[in-house]
Design a protein around this ligand. Sequence first.
Ligand code: UD1
Length: 417
Amino acid sequence: MRIEGGRPLSGTVQISGAKNAALPALAATLLTEGQVTLSGIPPVADIRTMARLLARIGAAVEERSDGYRVRGASEPEPTAPYDLVKTMRASSLVLGPLAGHYGRARVSLPGGCAIGARPIDMHLTGLKALGASIGQERGYIEAVAPRGGLVGGRIRFRRPTVTGTEDLLMAAVLAKGESVFENAAREPEVVDLADLLTKMGARIEGAGTRTIHVEGVPSLHGTEHRIIPDRIETGTYLVAGALTAGRLTIRGTRREHLERVIERMRAAGCRIGSPDANTLEIDGCTDLTAVDITTREHPGFPTDMQAQFMALMTQASGTSKVVETVFENRFMHVLELQRMGADIRISGNTAVIRGPAQLSGAQVMASDLRASACLVLGALAARGTTTLHRIYHLQRGYANMAEKLRAVGARVEIVDA
Ligand code: UD1
């Protein structure tokens, strides 16, 4: 992607559905033989990977203009193979629904990942608590339910895990009896999944709080559901607006999902307005000041916005500290920002940024999804032209980013997809 920096952005950006809510929603279609119609599914590579996975398992997957219609398999092949899991760790989201509905799931072990070890041990101990036996052979994890199906159980998460909570929620909805999750993830994507499952006939209470109760039901049925807007895409465009002297209106979002991000950006001097609960407006800021952030589980500052916020802080006056507590090794963007002229030092899980720095265009390499977004933001603020390599990372999670940026005045082109 080639980006010419220093141009003011102005106009309207329409936010797409949340990738991280759409992935578990697609996995949830495995819980019924009924027809589930999902809309607001973003056109990104991770979603296409999940749709391919559902089709391999045996579901009938029909792509529609704004989403998918899925009818679950009656005779599934309950396996997530290595070639799909290696491109997308979230493939492990099919473990719970397959074990819950069909009594058996095989998922390839995810392997290494650019942002730390990212194990799935909590998914597995949770499945055990619901009665599954877990085995491992030839790089695959196998979960097998007892003869009568999974049974309700008590799961206390060592720390909140987003896809772990979602995976086990999908396992518990068809288990016999009551399940209780303690220290569960409270992210909006978990709530959206619980809403979908409830429409399918599940009985869930407490999604969005630390404790979730599930009363198992014998079967689930088809339904229709619209995915929530992408809060990370929203935050990314807010930063784009803040970094370029212009005015952006961001539509189709949910302000309530971004409270911490908005609060930190305002503390840094950004002028963010909100005429209604689904719209945000940002004025390009010329006098940013340094503020600190520490990433935490929701409702704390999201780790998925850490890299983009760091791009913003390179343009703020003073010294800011960015502390990453959710993932180890999530500072891959720092070296590339430094090559563009940023003044950043890392010590352990803390990055110290001194600004403002005049960034200049360079050849940079994307290492993961949010790191790539950070480099696009840096490039928009930089003098000259930046070429971002390996944009497949960006395309995993951002819907039509080049088009959306061009529509508000950026000079962005995809040179080689
Ligand atoms: C999800 C999001 C990802 C986001 C992350 C944190 C999706 C598809 N991805 O990832 O974009 O950055 O939440 O908000 O929704 N952990 C374990 N054992 C486990 C599971 C997790 O130790 O079994 C650790 C992880 O290594 C990490 C922490 O728990 O340090 C939180 O990870 P988790 O919430 O599980 O992240 P994901 O669900 O993979």
